[in-house]
Ligand binder design. Structure first.
Ligand code: GUN
Length: 289
């Protein structure tokens, strides 16, 4: 029976710490970090994620600027909005919620965010720093997974890691972070042949596909650490991960639940990155590393 990795507890500690830092700065300087979030259209999942981000901002004491643009808003109009936020000294962090509707060029829009305000670490500049092993703003979910492993003293050096999912949001940045910690990383994806061969080889298995219960217990090595990033709502209305949790937890040494595992850490890392950008811009002390 695995140790259940408690993302809610770990994220709560980080958020409480940041809340104190923000309260202190507010008291002494009468300013607070400002996070701007752009949501285009009304994708139900994105709306839920954005409202969680707004809730977090309020709780921490950040100023939040929620910009909800209707589906059909033009590329140029969104690019101009981003540029306006880049130029606004009151805005410290900018997030464009993904996925954007198909008619938009996401890459060009993300590229338009100032790297100094790129709270997701998605711009080519920040991603390039990450890929070359330099200090940067790190994508929130990948950073949240690294913090969880650290919290539970799970070592990466020399370990075989398999990441299932090669997205720019999770799989690719996480592979770089784990390589930097001397893990041997395999990135599997929808075209991978013999997926089970790769998952069975993993001391640490991360799954970020959004395919409910893709990972069954026969695909997991005895004693592996299993990190589940996927979150889907089943026909029964319940949230489910990429991992068949009930059976896999009997075989793993550590496992993240869904919900309550990686999800809350993404939000905590968004708060951390917002504070970090603000602190760099204003030359205040940085938060917890
Ligand atoms: N969509 C799913 N995860 C994320 C994220 O971490 N950041 C943004 N901007 N969009 C997302």
């Amino acid at each position: 029976m695995a140790v259940i990795i408690d993302g809610k507890k770990a994220s709560g500690e980080i958020l409480r710490f940041l809340q104190l830092m923000v309260a202190d700065i507010k008291l002494k300087h009468n300013i607070a970090p400002t996070l701007a979030v752009i949501l285009v259209g009304d994708d139900p999942a994105s709306k839920v994620y954005v409202s969680k981000k707004e809730e977090m901002a309020k709780k921490i004491g950040f100023n939040s600027l929620m910009i909800n643009l209707p589906d059909g808003t033009g590329q140029k109009e969104i690019a101009e909005k981003i540029e306006e936020l880049n130029q606004d000294d009151e805005v410290n962090a900018i997030l464009v919620q993904l996925p954007l509707p198909d008619y938009l060029d996401s890459h060009a829009l993300i590229n338009g965010i100032s790297p100094m305000k790129d709270v997701d670490g998605f711009t080519p500049y920040n991603f390039g720093l990450l890929a070359t092993g330099k200090e940067s703003v790190v994508p929130c979910t990948a950073l949240g997974i690294m913090k969880l492993l650290e919290e539970y003293n799970i070592q990466l050096a020399g370990k075989n890691v398999t990441i299932v999912g090669r997205s720019n949001i999770v799989g690719k940045p996480l592979a770089h972070l784990m390589m930097a910690k001397n893990a041997t990383v395999t990135v599997a994806h929808s075209k991978t042949e013999n997926l089970k061969e790769h998952t069975l080889n993993a001391d640490i298995l991360v799954c970020a596909t959004g395919k409910k219960h893709l990972i069954t217990s026969d695909m997991v090595k005895e004693g592996a650490v299993v990190i589940d990033v996927g979150i889907t709502r089943g026909e029964d209305g319940k949230l489910a991960g990429d991992v068949d949790y009930e059976n896999v937890k009997e075989k793993a040494s550590f496992i993240t639940p869904v919900p309550g595992g990686v999800g809350p850490m993404t939000i905590a890392m968004l708060a951390y990155n917002t504070y970090k950008l603000f602190a760099i811009q204003k030359a205040f002390p940085e938060g917890s590393k």
